[in-house]
Design a protein around this ligand. Structure first.
Ligand code: NAP
Length: 485
């Protein structure tokens, strides 16, 4: 039987979209269009350009396993370098000609056995398979604070940094104390006149130095790529054993070690007892996403920095007024308030079999079998979809494993075994029931508020070890899928 010629639509040209296009081409599946709403590849690394941006996953792990990079400058390289890496990879794999830039997919409808895509510019496409590579931390979340629009100076979200605004000599306020805010504080404290950090919840900080790679080390990576491959492998194992496997077992010895390291960092490196008390969280380390920083405590202890723990009452033309009635006068206000994490591929309007929309399928909350496939939405596969592994480890590694799995689903179509494939409703139901039960033993449920938690307070993430994830991704159990010939 002749192999059907399959056409692919990939939504998003970030890390996962680039990966998908490379892997499909490698498999000889080259009838691909990647839709990208912006004018460049890079996803989150294109959108986030705030001062201090770097990835807190070591660069030699946060790299495609098949395209390791000998030139990383640091253990945790800056965001601009990561963006340049993705641009280079996209160019070297000749992807640019299959990417349709500045054209956002607004709808995807499954009719007549194919997906019908429409873009904002009015372009139409018909594809056999959709890969949703739309990212997780993508839609900025603006805080609901009275008077947000009334501030007289520039205000912007951390993911929409306005580089035209000078910070030198100015009074800068930052709302939020997540990974983003912590990186910004360290980066700008010496430049600004005054820095006010508005903390609603204290955070645990894991100290970690960020050494540069010497030219000799980089030369060694270039000369002997196997050294890099071994490093990638070792880091992967370290993250799986030391972190990913620890957080899913709140009582594990590794978890205790992480907690001790965070506690020691606070007790030993914050010398002012009042500041130390303000910075001490009342929940367990890694319950919220663990923050990694070599120098945040040093930065926030500087004389021109103030940690404001009084709640915010309102934003006013001159700054931020806290509940104690104090006005914190500011020239610039930065909202490091995170992202809407349950949007995934929305606001794209997605309609599956029998006219059933994604909003209806996800009426309660986003769900996908193994975070990849949604019942009734055949031949649509998600990378870094709902309830998958997120946290302090490499989302590139996650996406690579997921794509290996997706490729095997695609092979079912390619081989003629079926024309349509999607997870069965019963498989999703069983997966979710088991996942919710397992989530109870994770550190994420030990008593904090975080973006990991869904509307019921259950972590919307993979609650098992990374080893289990790797094993699940190695081969789909086709009996969990509905195949239509
Ligand atoms: P985040 O972790 O969601 O933190 C948002 C912060 O804003 C929190 O401190 C939150 O306080 C605060 N906030 C939100 N609304 C507020 C309000 N109305 N009033 C006062 N405070 C408010 O966001 P993020 O720091 O941008 O990080 C998001 C994720 O991006 C991270 O968890 C991580 O996965 C990723 N990230 C990674 C890196 C990296 O190096 N790899 C760097 C940056 C970001 P509460 O804690 O009280 O809710």
């Amino acid at each position: 039987m002749n192999e059907p010629r399959l056409r692919f639509g990939i939504v998003g040209a970030g890390m996962a979209g680039i990966l998908s296009a490379i892997k499909l081409k490698e498999a000889g599946l080259d009838d691909i269009t990647v839709y990208e709403k912006a004018d460049r590849v890079g996803g989150t690394w294109r959108e986030n350009t705030y001062p201090g941006l770097s990835c807190d996953v070591p660069s030699h792990l946060y790299s495609y396993s098949f395209d390791l990079n000998p030139d990383w400058s640091h253990l945790f390289s800056p965001g601009a370098e990561i963006q340049a890496y993705f641009e280079r990879i996209a160019g070297e794999h000749d992807l640019l000609r299959c990417i349709r830039f500045s054209d956002e997919v607004v709808s995807c409808e499954f009719t007549g056995g194919r997906w019908h895509l429409a873009t904002a510019s009015g372009h139409r496409d018909e594809v056999d398979v959709v890969i949703a590579a739309t990212g997780v931390l993508h839609h900025p979340k603006y805080p609901e604070i009275d008077g947000l629009d009334s501030f007289g100076g520039p205000t912007f979200h951390s993911a929409r940094w306005d580089h035209s605004i000078p910070l030198a000599g100015r009074r800068v306020g930052i709302i939020g104390t997540g990974s983003t805010a912590v990186q910004i504080v360290s980066a700008i404290v010496d430049e600004v006149d005054n820095l006010s950090l508005f903390q609603r919840t204290a955070q645990w900080i894991l100290p970690q130095a960020n050494p540069a790679y010497s030219e000799e080390e980089r030369e060694a990576f270039r000369r002997e790529p196997q050294v890099m491959a071994d490093l990638h492998e070792n880091l992967s194992k370290l993250f799986a054993d030391g972190f990913a496997n620890a957080v899913v077992d709140a009582e594990s010895p590794q978890m205790k070690l992480l907690e001790e390291a965070c506690r020691a960092n606070l007790e030993q490196n914050v010398h002012d007892p009042d500041l130390r008390d303000k910075l001490r969280p009342d929940y367990r380390a890694a319950c919220k996403r663990l923050i990694i920083s070599p120098d945040f405590y040093e930065a926030i202890a500087k004389p021109n920095a103030e940690l404001v723990t009084e709640g915010i009452e309102a934003i006013v033309p001159d700054g931020v007024r806290t509940r104690d009635g104090r006005l914190h006068e500011l020239d610039v206000l930065v909202l490091a308030t995170g992202f809407k994490v349950d949007a995934f591929m929305r606001p794209m309007a997605i309609t599956g079999r029998n006219g059933r929309g994604l909003d209806e399928a996800w009426r309660d909350r986003p769900q996908a079998y193994l975070s990849i496939s949604i019942p009734g939405f055949p031949n649509l596969f998600m990378l870094n979809g709902p309830n998958g592994p997120v946290g302090n480890f490499s989302l590139i590694e996650v996406a690579e494993l997921q794509f290996g799995y997706i490729m095997q689903l695609i092979d079912c179509i390619r081989s003629g075994r079926c024309r349509e494939i999607s997870a069965s409703a019963s498989a999703l139901e069983a997966f979710e029931a088991e996942r919710e039960e397992a989530a109870k033993g994770t550190v994420w449920m030990t008593g904090c508020r975080s973006w990991y938690l869904d509307d019921r307070g259950i972590p919307a993430v993979w609650p098992w070890t990374f080893d289990r994830f790797r094993a699940e991704m190695s081969a789909p159990d086709i009996s969990d899928y509905e195949l239509v010939s």
